[in-house]
Design a protein around this ligand. Structure first.
Ligand code: PEP
Ligand code: MG
Length: 585
């Protein structure tokens, strides 16, 4: 592709607002083929050992997956995996590959890749649908073994050069998690949903993120300068001197604005007419604790515990978890910490090892439903949390609860664990309301919980039947949909009737334009990504609760998401005209 010489603009959709200037770095996983390396005859034994280890780790993976499926009675999938286990013992993959590594003196992954291409030709010749299907299994198994072989050699976001604008077809939550700000200045992807977990991690790290960008158009820009404007959803390739100077100036102004707001996080979290709001933080790792203190967060409103084993696929045992939760609780120095039990599956499926491709991971066995079938895992986590709870102010929260039966089962496992540990002090229990059916019976949940937390990311997804991580559906992912707003209002009213607190911990709470609406609907606590604490505190302090209630009443009367969004954006513009991020046009 020819080098782009003129200033060129591409459009995208902002997932994480922010501005970055840097050079493109391409993460081409799809096209990534194993490198061909020569192996010294003296190192052949080590290479064979490396190959055998990758085979054995793949076997363990599959067996673990089978155990998990056994408890879910997925007999058909278990059989498919049986077939894959057999393949791993087939001489085609054991002796023949080893012989080829020795005879060609090439690295194992390269030999395996060549074998895959040969198998593909042979299977294609067979032309039979059944054999074609079998080839998918062969491919799957070879991909799994190759992943283990490439561990450490893989293209990793830990190794990118400083000031990289990472361009990729897609980005996983673990990709985002291993990126370091300063090295990765921004993400540009083709795919990526408005409320994807990769987006959530990018926000936590303060890395601007644009999706729905035609990444191919950037292919000719290697080595050139690129500006990412995550407020307006623009990528500017090879900017003119004038554009560059303007953005450098804007970056300085944004820096000044951020410092002022950071300084003001010391101020009380209350509206200008004196209504107190608890402003807490959502975190994915203990590394974020310092930031929460720096920005004066009132506590942790959501600890996404499943991220503690990213990017590994095994769940740490009780002891390891106990240490992590203890560090969290002690690090928060007596402030409240809400630890959410593992929310697995959905777009966090890689955490469970590769899925079998059979089921929709957003529906069915996700989250607490998954844990209720994995009682050992669930109990180990609860015990680890309970043991850490004696060191501070801990609350436990169950995600994606959809029926009272689920809540009661989860509570009974908690009770069992408390008895085993001889703990008598009650621990506050909350559940996340993320499913419309749960929202509608929030009155029942409120009677059996100490607090509720509204997970708007999923509530929007499940109410509007839109996949939060699919960029093709971003236009339908509208948190201001009147149906969603009415559900939020309903949940808050039920919690109020039972006199228990209710918070919003979805991304809606991290967008300052939505703050007056949420406060007007009656939310008493907002839990936001730590980097949003200064902006949200500022929005709270600029809100009048009296006017917010009127605004919420007006929004509840509206018929479309656009009307509500326009109303909120106009109000915010009047309320905080100097905000360079959210008033940009
Ligand atoms: C939510 O769904 O709003 C939420 C906070 O949980 P998560 O984003 O981790 O699914
Ligand atoms: Mg959720």
């Amino acid at each position: 592709m020819p080098l782009t010489v003129e200033e060129t603009m591409l459009n995208g959709l902002p997932i994480c607002r922010g501005i970055a200037i840097g050079k493109p770095f391409f993460l081409n996983r799809e096209e990534f083929k194993p490198q061909e390396l020569n192996i010294n005859p003296g190192d052949m034994k080590i290479e064979i050992e490396r190959y055998r280890l990758a085979l054995s780790r793949s076997k363990q993976d599959i067996k673990r997956l089978q155990r998990q499926l056994e408890s879910e009675s997925s007999d058909e999938t278990i059989k498919i995996l049986d077939g894959q286990l057999e393949m791993l013992q087939d001489p085609l993959l054991t002796e023949e590959i080893e012989t080829e590594i020795c005879s060609t003196e090439k690295n194992a992954e390269f030999v395996l890749q060549n074998a895959l291409e040969r198998f593909q030709k042979q299977f294609e010749k067979l032309g039979d649908a059944y054999f074609k299907e079998r080839f998918q299994d062969v491919k799957d198994i070879i991909r799994r073994v190759t992943t283990y072989l490439q561990e450490g050699r893989n293209l990793s976001l830990r190794d990118v050069p400083p000031n990289s604008i990472v361009c990729a077809y897609d980005l996983s939550a673990s990709d985002a998690a291993e990126s370091t700000y300063g090295y990765v200045k921004a993400f540009i992807t083709e795919c990526g949903g408005a409320a994807s977990h990769a987006g959530i991690v990018a926000k936590a790290k303060g890395i601007p993120f644009l999706t729905s960008v035609n990444v191919n158009m950037l292919k000719g820009t290697q080595g050139q300068m690129v500006i990412v404007d995550g407020r307006l959803g623009k990528v500017i390739i090879n900017p003119s001197q004038e554009t560059q100077t303007a953005y450098e100036q804007l970056l300085r102004e944004i820096g000044d604005q951020s410092r002022t707001l950071e300084e003001r996080t010391k101020w009380p979290s209350e509206t200008f007419d004196g209504h107190r709001i608890t402003l807490s933080a959502n975190i994915e790792s203990n590394k974020e604790i310092d930031l929460v203190h720096q920005f004066n967060g009132a506590g942790i409103g959501l600890f996404r515990s499943e991220y503690i084993f990213l990017p590994r696929s095994e769940i740490p045992d009780e002891e390891e978890q106990h240490q992590i939760y203890s560090e969290l609780v002690e690090g928060m120095r007596g402030l409240p910490v809400v630890i959410r039990t593992f929310d697995l599956a959905g777009d966090k499926a890689p955490l469970l090892g590769s899925n079998t491709g059979k089921s929709n991971l957003f529906l069915g066995g996700r989250s607490t439903r998954f844990l209720l079938k994995q009682k050992k895992v669930f109990k180990e986590q609860i015990r680890a949390i309970l043991r850490a709870s004696v060191k501070g102010n801990v609350r436990i929260m169950f995600p994606m609860i959809s029926t009272m039966q689920e809540l009661r089962q989860a509570k009974s496992i908690l009770k069992e664990s408390q008895e085993e540990l001889g703990l008598t002090d009650p621990i506050p229990i909350g559940c996340m309301i993320e499913v419309p059916s749960a929202a509608m019976i929030a009155d029942y949940f409120a009677r059996e919980c100490d607090f509720l937390s509204i997970g708007t990311n999923d509530l929007v997804q499940y109410s509007l039947a839109v996949d939060r991580s699919d960029q093709m559906q971003n236009e339908f992912y509208e948190p201001t949909d009147p149906g969603v707003i009415r559900l939020i209002k309903w949940i808050i009213d039920q919690a109020d009737r039972e006199e228990i607190p209710v918070s919003v911990c979805g991304e809606m709470a991290s967008d300052p334009r939505f703050v007056p609406l949420l406060l007007g609907l009656g939310v008493q606590e907002l839990s936001v990504t730590p980097r949003a604490l200064p902006t949200i505190k500022n929005a709270i302090r600029n809100t009048s609760i009296v006017e917010a209630i009127q605004l919420a009443e007006a929004a509840l009367e509206m018929a479309t998401a656009k009307q509500v969004l326009d109303l909120l954006s106009d109000e915010y513009q009047k309320m905080v005209p100097q905000d360079l991020f959210y008033n940009a046009s």
